[in-house]
Design a protein around this ligand. Structure first.
Ligand SMILES: Cc1cc2nc3c(=O)[nH]c(=O)nc-3n(C[C@H](O)[C@H](O)[C@H](O)COP(=O)(O)OP(=O)(O)OC[C@H]3O[C@@H](n4cnc5c(N)ncnc54)[C@H](O)[C@@H]3O)c2cc1C
Length: 450
């Protein structure tokens, strides 16, 4: 950006997955005046990245030279290079392999398409025995009805998400980044935007809920699904939620469940081995997503909110997954559950660009369901965009592109499967699981009403 120097003040809104990665990258490139604002104390209970684990894949050489394939390949390459080599991140990547499977025919076709593009060796899985043999005896005890898929033994696995987030946070602070988090002092209510006589708009920071103005030469908006409430994205963002729950395990069970491949049913859900600390498995059900449709300014929009509970329907789907693959755990009570928001762009490519109409404003949003494993690349690309040096092909795919969202169908399933194959509406969900309450910090920072 014009006038950008290492002494420029840079404000990052959102200290979640992408905000921490961007702050770290800015500090590593020598910027000296970086402040991050977050609505919750770190690690934010509403950050999508504040989680036990996330799936990570090493990616493939592109099938063809299309901009789409080129971009995904570059993002994966950059990210995996970091997960494998970056001193801060490498303790958190577990290359344990990945099982991708499906029950329904349409979802299975998606798995076949995935397999056709895959360069790594894949082992077909068609019977209950095939699936059970992917893990130590006694782990997968289910009958896997209608499950079909592939086992990729190398080139994929999972990352310990919260650990990586904490490491980026600590390292960026060590390098001088200041974080203002929690309560009214960290929650951004609005951007400070001024207009000149010629109607040129410029952003000069953000105002927080305590009334303070945080002035900066450059502002980076990276507040995940909540970004949509701070700027008119012209429908480029759809806040979409998924659900997760934790299942506690005994020390003995946890010992058996070590170094396991990720089991991912594209129309059922997935789980990853228990964490080292509390011995809990994270379970997600799979579906096109939940939105919270409400009327805002006479338009229907999906508006995120925090809740450490999940719809009963989501629990039923998780229990179906367990009954099919690990029936001995199917009735065990959950110890934790929450809804978890991300923001979908129409094409599920990230939106990392300078705002074309508001000077000094950068946006880094639109994780679209794959923004954790790719966060190391996002940090690099966001700072490249700020400096105006992003590779043109990547810039083309991640640019501000409201033309792709004209007449956007909020109910589009965007190549996702599971449940009834439809986007579900949280605003009409009546029945929620009883476990969990919002903690005080998230109560003060976000609305809890549906
Ligand atoms: C259930 C689930 C499973 C997923 N699984 C995977 C996976 O396996 N692999 C993968 O790669 N990706 C996965 N993702 C996607 C990935 O987690 C997201 O794409 C990524 O974490 C998005 O990062 P973010 O920084 O944009 O948002 P977040 O990590 O959500 O961070 C946003 C931050 O903004 C803060 N904030 C919000 N409002 C304000 C405000 N007004 N003022 C200040 N701060 C504010 C929040 O507190 C938060 O810290 C999953 C997502 C979900 C929901």
């Amino acid at each position: 950006m014009d006038g950008l120097t290492h002494d420029s003040s840079i404000l990052v809104i959102g200290g979640g997955t992408w905000g921490c990665s961007i702050a770290l990258q800015l500090a590593r490139r020598g910027y000296r005046d970086i402040k991050v604002l977050d609505a919750s104390k770190f690690p934010s209970p509403i950050a999508a990245g504040n989680d036990l684990n996330k799936i990570a894949e090493e990616g493939n050489p592109p099938m063809d030279d299309s901009d789409e394939n080129y971009t995904w390949n570059r993002i994966h390459q950059m990210s995996m290079h970091a997960w494998l080599n970056d001193i801060i991140l490498k303790p958190f990547y577990h290359s344990t392999g990945f099982i991708m499977a499906a029950c329904g025919d349409e979802a299975y076709k998606h798995v076949l398409d995935y397999a056709a593009e895959e360069k790594a060796e894949l082992l077909p899985l068609n019977t209950a025995d095939d699936f059970q043999n992917t893990m130590p005896k006694g782990v997968l005890t289910g009958s896997f009805p209608k499950w079909r898929g592939y086992w990729k033994k190398k080139g994929a696995g999972w990352v310990f998400a919260r650990g990586a987030l904490e490491a980026m946070y600590a390292e960026s602070m060590r390098l001088g980044v200041r974080y203002v988090t929690g309560g009214h002092q960290g929650k951004v209510d609005s951007l400070i935007i001024s207009s000149s006589a010629e109607d040129v708009k410029t952003v000069s920071g953000a105002k927080t809920a305590d009334g303070a103005e945080h002035k900066a030469d450059y502002t980076v908006l990276a507040a995940g699904a909540y970004s949509d409430q701070l700027l008119d994205f012209k429908k480029q963002l759809r806040p979409t939620a998924w659900t997760l729950a934790h299942l506690p395990m005994s020390t003995k069970e946890a010992r058996l469940w070590r170094d396991l491949p990720v089991l991912y049913g594209v129309d059922r859900g997935f789980f990853i081995e228990p964490d080292e600390d509390k011995h809990e498995i994270k379970i997600c059900d799979e579906h096109p997503g939940y939105c919270n449709f409400v009327e805002v300014d006479r338009e229907v929009r999906s508006v995120p909110f925090a809740r450490q509970q999940i719809p009963i329907g989501a629990e039923h789907r998780m229990r179906l997954l367990l009954a099919e693959v690990v029936p001995h755990l199917a009735d065990r009570p959950f110890s934790f559950a929450r809804i978890c928001w991300d923001a979908d762009t129409p094409d599920r490519f990230f939106l990392i660009d300078r705002h074309p109409e508001v000077s000094n404003l950068m946006v880094a949003v639109g994780g679209s369901g794959h923004g954790f494993m790719t966060n190391p690349a996002v940090g690099v690309l966001a700072v490249d965009a700020l400096e105006g040096v992003m590779e043109p092909r990547l810039q083309k795919m991640m640019k501000w592109r409201p033309e792709t969202a004209v007449g956007r169908d909020w109910y589009a399933t965007q190549d996702r499967f599971g449940a009834d194959g439809k986007i579900m509406d949280l605003s009409i969900v009546k029945d929620w699981t009883s476990i969990g309450e919002l903690d005080e910090s998230s109560k003060s920072s976000v609305s809890t009403t549906v």
